[in-house]
Design a protein around this ligand. Structure first.
Ligand SMILES: Nc1nc(=O)c2c([nH]1)NC[C@@H]1CN(c3ccc(C(=O)N[C@@H](CCC(=O)O)C(=O)O)cc3)CN21
Ligand SMILES: CC(C)C(=O)C(=O)O
Ligand SMILES: [Mg+2]
Length: 276
């Protein structure tokens, strides 16, 4: 049975932690769903992990819908949240609602996530009123990281900490059903978490958030381009993949692959064929 927003909100009230992983394709979505991850996030980080961009800025609506639809096919019963890409909610409430509805209808996602604080509350409200559930995202917001001075920890001085608390409350007030908090000191994320009724999902925001999110490829140790401090590698797949491919190369080159067990047996007498 697919979770509902009510189920997710009840997890905070009941004190059960919420697990979230990003998934960008049907195969990984199916694997993660079979492990009972609570929520799959189709993150715009797919631009960096899957598409080779240096930031999430170039990611388009077409990219997000393409990947989110694949995640839905791979995990028909998962609760799926899809990031709204940069530019898809920055030109007014009407455009944001049109794009949010497209994600729901064309990708079959259960909700969308968008980055920003006070300036985004009117957009959040518009989406929620149109029937598009919204997760907020504050702290390090990668789509506008250049304005934040790069991929840096946020909320380090009192004024910035106060602003993050105010943003969190305003997003809850605007109707967000949950909030991602990225790269914020643990004690501040704890204060935000206890000041909200909606669940907080942390990434680099300490253990007191109501749940945690990581990029799937980061926690599996298969993304080598960079490694934020908050990532824990629960597996080291990159070295395993390299070892497997090197073994394949050498077996193809020395003729030990394919063996008889990977080949189809002959049932014909080829003398006639060879005589033609
Ligand atoms: N693979 C991947 N994983 C992610 O977590 C992720 C993406 N891609 N792409 C979009 C954003 C970018 N993210 C990042 C990228 C780098 C750092 C990073 O290197 N941070 C410094 C903190 C420096 C400081 O302020 O002290 C670190 O050392 O972790 C953090 C988040 C998180 N998101
Ligand atoms: C890291 C999470 C929160 C995200 O926004 C993404 O993967 O794009
Ligand atoms: Mg994102």
């Amino acid at each position: 049975m697919r979770k509902t927003i009510r189920d997710i909100r009840a997890m905070k009230a009941g004190g059960s932690k919420i697990t979230v992983l990003t998934a960008y394709d049907a195969a990984m979505a199916s694997l993660f769903a079979s492990c009972e991850v609570d929520i799959l996030l189709v993150g715009d980080s797919l631009g960096m992990v899957m598409l080779g961009y240096d930031s999430t800025v170039p990611v388009t609506m077409a990219d997000m819908i393409h990947h989110a639809a694949a995640v839905r096919r791979g995990a028909p019963d998962a609760f799926v949240i899809c990031d709204m890409p940069f530019g898809s909610y920055h030109t007014g409430v009407r455009d944001a609602v049109i794009n949010g509805l497209r994600i729901m209808k064309e990708a079959g996602s259960d909700a969308v996530k968008l980055e920003g604080g006070l300036e985004m509350c009117v957009v959040v409200k518009g989406l929620v009123e149109a029937g598009v559930p919204v997760m907020g995202h504050i702290g390090l917001t990668p789509q506008t990281a250049s304005q934040l001075g790069g991929y840096k920890v946020q909320g380090k001085d009192l004024e910035a900490a106060r602003r993050l608390v105010a943003e969190a409350k305003a997003l809850e007030e605007a109707g967000a059903f949950a909030l991602t908090i990225e790269c914020v000191p643990a004690g501040l994320a704890e204060i935000i978490t206890s000041s909200l009724a909606i669940p907080t999902i942390g990434i680099g925001a300490g253990v007191h958030c109501d749940g945690q999110v990581l990029v799937g490829q980061d926690m599996l140790g298969m993304f080598e381009k960079f490694q934020p401090k908050f990532v824990k590698q629960y597996a080291s797949l990159a070295p395993q993949i390299k070892a497997a491919v090197e073994e394949y190369n050498s077996e193809v080159r020395n003729g030990s692959y394919p063996g008889a067990e990977h080949s189809f047996a002959d049932s014909l007498d080829y003398r006639q064929l060879l005589a033609e």
